[in-house]
Design a protein around this ligand. Structure first.
Ligand code: KG4
Ligand code: ZN
Length: 368
């Protein structure tokens, strides 16, 4: 035999072997269990988080927050991705250990594909790829904003269809949720997110990042009727928060001209008044959405859903309008991997896996 025919035989063997591997992987995907165990990773912004879910029950939710951004007054993308690199192995190990799970018991690995910061997303996506390759298990990509909505299925179970007001540092949306994996944005901000308005206003008052929880804390001690801010009128279900940011800047500037210590002396009342104003902007549109759709099952999600003013006002409105409301536990409001795990569970049951060449999408839209 000559070397050319030898090479042909080797190529043929490799070809058959590749086909056989492909066939085995396909079989493995086709006989996925109905009670999967999935490891989920969240790394879209400044929290590195991992969670294990088994048969749809979240077993844990390990979160490493990045304190490094506090002194910079906001998230610094480069520092965020470096911190994710340092934290991710520790966080994943802790999630696996506290769930008492070995790698070979996992049926899939899920990760946040977007929206978020490119560098931060890349760390989670790359780590997930490495683990999926090493364990020969499929991967599931999750949309961070859909996951915020699906966080409601960790403990409670709204019935479909319901409305979800998703309010975070990067988004303000009203989502019509028809099914676990069938949701549509029916209204959203045309500029800044409400969380950003909280954080920027806090920064103007000299408070550290993230300012939202601090405004909430001081607001609880203040009188919300003390100061009034002008309304930005937006059509339909659209929001805008850039106007209030500028109005607040001028408000502080003018008051400080009269009294240099205006902020220190009135912090609680300023926070209470601003918080009420922002919450009312949200509720006004939520009421309109409920009226337009005729839906009375209403949920809130995202970091700003932790806000006590929003929670109280929503409860009050629910009484008045006979709404059934769903408010997530605090740990599932801000960024966490448990919500990614919950979304991954439903995607697994629907057979929605992704391939190894998947890349992060920083502006990934719901349904995108
Ligand atoms: O969902 P999240 O953790 O991250 C994003 O996906 O953006 O939301 C973070 C946002 C920040 O703007 C933070 O200030 C805000 O949620 N936030 C709050 C409260 N807790 C977190 N805003 C107002 N009141 C709170 N209690
Ligand atoms: Zn988020």
């Amino acid at each position: 035999m000559n070397s050319a025919s030898d090479a042909k035989i080797v190529y043929k063997k490799i070809f058959l072997l590749q086909n056989r591997i492909r066939f085995l992987i396909t079989c493995k995907f086709m006989v996925q269990p109905l009670h999967p165990t999935i490891l989920a990773i969240e790394s879209s912004c400044d929290e590195t988080s991992a969670s294990v879910i088994r048969s749809g029950k979240v077993l844990n939710n390990v979160i490493a927050s990045q304190a490094i951004h506090h002194k910079h007054g906001g998230v610094v993308p480069e520092l965020a991705s470096r911190a994710h690199q340092q934290n991710i192995l520790l966080v994943v190990n802790e999630a696996m250990q506290t769930a008492d799970i070995k790698g070979n018991e996992l049926n899939a690995i899920a990760f946040t594909r977007g929206p978020g910061l490119m560098g931060s997303l890349l760390v989670g996506v790359s780590f997930a790829k490495g683990m999926a390759l090493a364990l020969s298990i499929p991967m599931i990509e999750v949309n961070h904003m859909e996951a915020h909505v699906l966080a409601h299925f960790i403990n409670e179970r709204p019935t479909f269809p319901f409305l979800c007001l998703t309010v975070s540092g990067g988004h303000t949306q009203i989502v019509l949720v028809k099914d676990y994996l069938d949701m549509h944005v029916i209204g959203e901000t045309q500029d800044d997110a409400v969380g950003e308005a909280f954080d920027k206003a806090a920064k103007m008052m000299g408070l550290p990042y993230p300012g939202g929880p601090l405004i909430d804390k001081f607001a609880q001690l203040g009188n919300a009727s003390t100061f009034k801010f002008s309304q930005t009128v937006m059509p339909g279900l659209e929001f805008s928060f850039s106007g209030i940011k500028t109005a607040f800047l001028y408000f502080l500037r003018d008051r400080k001209k009269e009294n240099e210590k205006f902020v220190e002396e009135n912090l609680n009342d300023i926070c209470a008044s601003l918080q009420r104003h922002l919450v009312q902007m949200l509720l006004q549109k939520l009421k309109l959405a409920a009226q337009q759709t005729g839906i009375r099952e209403i949920a809130i999600a995202g970091g700003v859903a932790a806000n006590s003013g929003l929670r109280n006002e929503l409860a009050q409105t629910a009484k008045e309008l006979n709404w059934k409301i769903f408010i997530p536990e605090f740990q599932y409001c801000t960024d966490n991997a448990a919500m990614i795990a919950m979304a991954a569970h439903y995607k697994f049951l629907a057979g929605k896996f992704c391939s190894m060449d998947v890349a992060p999408i920083p502006n990934l839209a719901i349904g995108g």
